[in-house]
Design a protein around this ligand. Sequence first.
Ligand code: ATP
Length: 264
Amino acid sequence: MRDGAFSFLAGVVPDGIMISVNIVTAKGLTKDYGPLRAVDGIDFSIAQGECFGFLGPNGAGKTTVMRIIYCFVPPSSGEVRVFGMEVKESPGRIKKKIGVMPQEDNLDPDLTVLENLVVYARYFDIPKSGSLRLASELLAFVELQGKAKAKIGDLSGGMKRRLILARALINEPELLVLDEPTTGLDPHSRHSVWDKLNQLKEKDTTLLLTTHYMEEAEKLCDRVAIMDAGKIVTIDTPASLMQLHGGDLEDVYLKLTGKDLVLP
Ligand code: ATP
């Protein structure tokens, strides 16, 4: 458990008793885009320190769910609480505690690597001296310390993804939302991102990710929700799903969605 986070429970919960605190809870979550129901009345919860993955074919609604959680789009109906706060009521307070690694590369090509981090830190009201210190720590964490002055256009695809990960960590988030964090990366770069995500897990950061790579889900996720056409087909641990349905996670995915994996 994160130091101090639930210190009010000290003395109430006996030592050695594990309590599970939900960071995200969704009940009856629905999202309509005009006549299209992108997310169709889903329920789920994500516990503190958990790595939770959304899997599913293109258009299943995964990105939409993530966007609702990080308060980028509002739900059409249902209740979504993040850190106990309703997304429609407290988007500003929720956003302060979340880091987001979007699917697309939205780094600013006119700024250097370091400037991309420092400018982003302003959204969180982090003073310049603090943001410079944090930025250099994060560049070291993602192994880009030698690239601080480089332009974005000079980075490889893997370096850009690692920089976007560093940017997502600038506010020291308790919840990190990762939309296809390793799509398009070569195996070496993919393993490098997995390594960083595992280090964050060890520090008790809650991770929420979408991926089309079943190996990624198996390696990182404590539980996965398989989505199809806006609904959740199942939620379970990868190990339980494989035991219940047979084969590996890709076989389970194919069986439950009836669709082939379309790898990006
Ligand atoms: P992918 O794996 O391709 O990223 P996904 O599971 O993340 O897909 P979403 O991006 O959530 O799926 O999209 C769900 C549905 O909602 C799709 O039919 C998509 O076209 C539609 N959709 C998403 N965003 C919008 C939008 N801003 N306006 C209208 N329709 C949208």
